[in-house]
Design a protein around this ligand. Structure first.
Ligand code: HOZ
Length: 437
């Protein structure tokens, strides 16, 4: 793709659009992290996206390491996905009644995850985690939940406590507007610190409905679990009759075909999925064994519903994306590309003398302004944020689009070529040198 094919505007168009948007959209955006508050400057307004590239309203091309925050694992506008979506569009946009594609997508999840017997589709990851919490509370008859500082599970009230992602980047990890009476039921422990979890169970084990965790934390940048952490959570939950919920909205179908549960071998009671299973359309899912899932309406007393849940266009995009990632070798190739990028970035930083590290699991990656990759919330918060901001803009000006925050992971797609990787490393090399000049 050439830079000019999707050029739609002129110099200054991003700023003009941001100012225009700010008059009618809160902060000029519809999701807080898009406003660039964590890095400063003007957000890019995207005019189009194709393969490995985003093109903004000024006609500038960027290599896309945002991937819509995860879903675009086969790249943007993949022709196979678009064909399936077009076919579905021709059959109508929304029915508010069952369609066969919902069953097909659920069958795929049940076939891939041995413990999953039932699926409920919703329209976002937030809805999936929110509904999973309600189900866990309804199933156990307990109110308390346990989450981890820096983990982010969307914007349900109970979960906006010491949250990661934008909440953390903007310094408001516990949101205003959430009643104290509600969050008194939310216990917070430290990721990768089993002792902090044990302390809660020792004090209130018979009151905890569930532990909800990103099995690879991806919203305080990327922090994989240390050996034994997820296994320990599994053991504590089983012993105390609490449900273990894996929030695999980001990691599912991204770190491996079977997500973090495939890599760790730890089986959660409930899983929340999103992002990749919608192929870029709004989809989330709660998945688990029938003995728990059938507590949900219409079979059980836990109410859950949604007008656009299982939307046919979204199901078509999800099914098509799952077709593509099921191809043999998909994850090997994705991981190899990502590893090459990470190695190149680290070499470029080392050559310039910048304390920097990076890592990846499958197509999910993290870069840190730290000499070695962090294993905890406390470590990731020691990053040189000001240096990251400068690095971010040098990369952006060089045509590399990273998530605009030092506490976000970044996303690799199968559309990113070796030439794109080389280009990214070359831009990074110049950026690191400039930082140290
Ligand atoms: N789930 C994304 C953070 N990793 C956030 C996307 C958003 O808040 O817009």
């Amino acid at each position: 793709m050439t830079d000019s094919t999707l050029a739609t505007g002129s110099a200054g168009a991003n700023l003009r659009e941001f100012e225009r948007a700010g008059k009618v959209l809160v902060g000029g955006v519809n999701s807080a992290v898009r406003a660039f508050r964590a890095v400063g400057g003007t957000p890019r307004f995207i005019a189009s996206a194709q393969g490995a590239y985003l093109v903004d309203v000024e006609g500038r091309r960027y290599i896309d390491y945002l991937g819509s925050w995860g879903p675009m694992i086969v790249g943007q506008s993949h022709p196979y996905v678009l064909d399936k979506v077009r076919e579905a569009v021709g059959r109508g946009l929304s029915y508010g009644a069952p369609n066969v594609m919902e069953t097909e997508l659920a069958e795929r999840l049940c076939a891939l995850f041995p413990q999953v017997e039932r699926v409920r589709f919703v329209s976002s990851g937030t809805e999936a985690t929110m509904s999973a919490l309600r189900l866990a509370r309804g199933f156990t008859g307990r109110d308390r939940i346990l989450k981890f500082e820096g983990c982010y599970h969307g914007t349900a009230d109970s979960l906006l406590v010491k949250a990661g992602s934008g909440a953390l980047a903007f310094g408001t990890p516990s949101s205003a507007g959430v009643p104290a009476d509600l969050v008194k039921h939310t216990l917070v422990a430290q990721f990768n610190d089993l002792a902090s979890v044990r302390a809660h169970f020792d004090g209130a084990g018979d009151q905890i409905a569930c532990v909800i965790v990103e099995p690879m934390a991806g919203n305080m940048n990327l922090i994989p679990p240390v050996p034994g952490f997820l296994e320990g959570l599994r053991e504590l939950c089983t012993r105390h009759g609490a449900l273990l919920i894996f929030d695999e909205v980001m990691t599912g179908f991204r770190v491996a075909h079977g997500g973090a549960q495939e890599i760790s071998g730890v089986v959660p009671d409930l899983s929340a999925f999103g992002k990749v299973i919608g192929g870029g359309m709004p989809v989330g899912a709660i998945a688990g064994p029938a003995s728990i899932m059938d507590m949900m309406a219409p079979l059980g007393p836990v109410y859950q519903a949604g007008t656009l849940s299982g939307n046919p266009i979204a199901m078509a995009a999800g099914l098509a994306t799952l077709d593509l990632i099921a191809e043999p070798g998909f994850y090997d190739k994705l991981g190899a590309g990502c590893a090459r990028l990470i190695a190149g970035l680290e070499q470029a930083a080392a050559a310039a003398g910048v304390p920097f590290s990076a890592r990846h699991v499958g197509g999910l990656a993290g870069m840190y302004m730290l000499a070695s990759p962090p294993d905890s919330y406390a470590q990731v918060m020691r990053q040189d944020v000001e240096r990251f901001k400068r690095f971010y803009h040098l990369m952006l000006d060089g045509g590399i689009y990273l998530p605009p925050s030092p506490v976000e992971a970044f996303f690799f797609s199968s559309a990113i070529s070796d030439a794109d990787i080389d280009e990214t490393i070359a831009v990074a090399r110049r950026a690191f040198q400039t930082l140290m000049a």
